[in-house]
Ligand binder design. Sequence first.
Ligand code: PMP
Length: 316
Amino acid sequence: AKCGTDGNFSEGELVPFGPIALSPSSGVLNYGQGLFEGLKAYRKTDGSILLFRPEENAQRMQTGAERMCMPAPSVEQFIDAVKQTVLANKRWIPPTGKGSLYIRPLLMGSGTVLGLAPAPEYTFIIFVSPVGNYFKEGLAPINLIVEDKFHRATPGGTGGVKTIGNYASVLMAQKIAKEKGYSDVLYLDAVHKKYLEEVSSCNIFVVKGNVISTPAVKGTILPGITRKSIIDVALSKGFQVEERLVSVDELLDADEVFCTGTAVVVSPVGSITYQGKRVEYGHQGVGVVSQQLYTSLTSLQMGQTEDWMGWTVQLN
Ligand code: PMP
């Protein structure tokens, strides 16, 4: 099915951060016709700025736009807009190792609709913010709870794209989990209620010996760019990587579990609670595999090792 149309986005402009005007009958406000992306800019020790795989975000926005019946900016337009926004906000990028600049591109149906239909006009915006660690734990292990009542996505739904409604559906489960002291929620598939999907804002990996397994991308989880990158890094380090159905039972005898995402980078999991039972991972602190992958990825992102994967884009 072809629903997204070719974008014809005009040249944008840089404006100070602030409120935007939106029609009360815009598609995004009424029917959730919105998509976003998330990527980071890092500062190298020599002061120059690196983006991490921005063309992947541009392409994912195009795939999502198709599912949401929206036009998307071209890959070149997306990357150019990201570059301009980052350079205009250069002073906010923290020094190497002290954080990064989080970049949030938004695409929305800004035209007006009354009956349910794709909006007639679209707006593409990028805003940025300096960030440190996503979880208050930093690189220390996080505690997850497996959710078997709320689901994030169903087959045929929009779980595989980065649309705003997916995040609305997890707010409640996340709030309840945080009130109980957990860092975040791990979702199961909505059909069998036994296969791992992902966490609210990151993908999940299970380590057993030399094998690293992660749920396959089949339309209900977001194809994370960090996930894809970690798979390649792990393969290059001699691990065996399996993308497949991963049963919740496999958490019981895993050596290590970790999450990946732009915001969380690689976050080790210290414990998982499922149906009242808590599994703790043997390692005190960060598991060796999680640590190794974290170090490989972040040193590449921050330009501390040679970019042997060709993933970074230098801005200045
Ligand atoms: N899953 C979900 C639901 C997310 O929101 C994110 C963050 N974009 C991820 C996974 C990780 O994706 P990425 O590595 O591209 O940030």
